[in-house]
Design a protein around this ligand. Sequence first.
Ligand code: SF4
Length: 422
Amino acid sequence: MELLIMEEIKSKANYCLNCVTKPCSNKGCPLNNNIPGFIKAIKEENYKQAYEILSETTVLESVCGRICPHTKQCQGSCVRGIKGQPVSIGELEAFVGDIAIKEGYKFAEINNENKNKKIAIVGGGPAGLTASAFLLKKGYSVTIFEKYDYLGGLLVHGIPEFRLPKKIVKDTIQKILNLGLQVEYNKELGKNFTLQELEDKFDAVFLAYGANITTKMGVDGENLQGVFGGNQLLEKKLHPNYQGKKVAVIGGGNVAMDCARTIKRLGAEEVDVIYRRAEEQMPAEAKEIEEAKQEGIKFLFQNNIVKIIGNQKVEKLELIKTELVQKEGEKRKVPINIENSNYLIDIDYVIMALGSMPEQFTNNLELDLDKYGYIIVDEKNRTSKAKIFAGGDIAGCKGTVAWAARSGRDAANSIDEYLKNI
Ligand code: SF4
């Protein structure tokens, strides 16, 4: 590492107070990473130890260090942030992850204690990868069934290169593969194999596939040509030619930001993000919103869609302004349409980035589902069937990579407990 970078890292680490109560870890970080612990090791220039401390709880340091919404998670709980800037926890975590990749630090020594017990994981995204690493660490034989010909899930196809370089994802995955992970690529549940087949062949199954069907708004014109689902657009790279076009992105989360920024980079003349609440209420990370603004993305806050207008293809959007009203029983203010404030804008494409739902085939798995179609799990990630566990998006886990990873780690511990008791 260059001297300048090392000096900067040291100074960022030295800014940490090593609080005994560690709210950053206990309240902020979904994975409960030992943040003051690994930062202390950086201060002492013991980077291997910093990595070992992080490895107790995570396998995605280089990823989470870059893309977590830190201001809403660890850094949002940092004591330093009360009167000034919080510690740059994300940057320090990414530094440790990167140095571990470069120096070849091992995630864990593998013993073969449980090698005769076989576990199938469906889906190689953050939850599946994390579960596999922690199960391999415990010595189990683990196979991931992945529908694409690559691992990583949304880390590869959902998060653009400018936020998370593919090389970082590839190197992180390689570290997990090096633990002895087996992978069946191009194998999709419900298409190439059934849950029953996994139940017959494996001692436990962890379902960790995504829920990527874009939620519909239920407005007129949603089926016109030129309306796309945000998740599918990023996942399947279905981008049309945006040159000289005006694009509206509907939604206020990180998927909306990723879509807007990607589309602008692909040549759209204008990209408008339309969000029915105010800027402060946007679920997207403040840094992402700021960067999007700097890149020329326009924001239409407190605007709601009335309908999409066009003859076969999108031509205009009818919008209505909203006001925010505090209603009894609601935690945050509710957007209410302002009567007669409707107006039209010309638009060529509409991207729905409002959230996502599970795919239809989940209904055929004979597992208990909630009313939205997500698999119901208990506090140990157990489904309604013995032997079958679920986590990440498909189990309705909170939508950040760190929360998905947390559910993968929890599931690994529950599977271990289950297999030791049968
Ligand atoms: S809360 Fe902030 S200052 Fe305190 S230990 Fe955590 S990172 Fe360091």
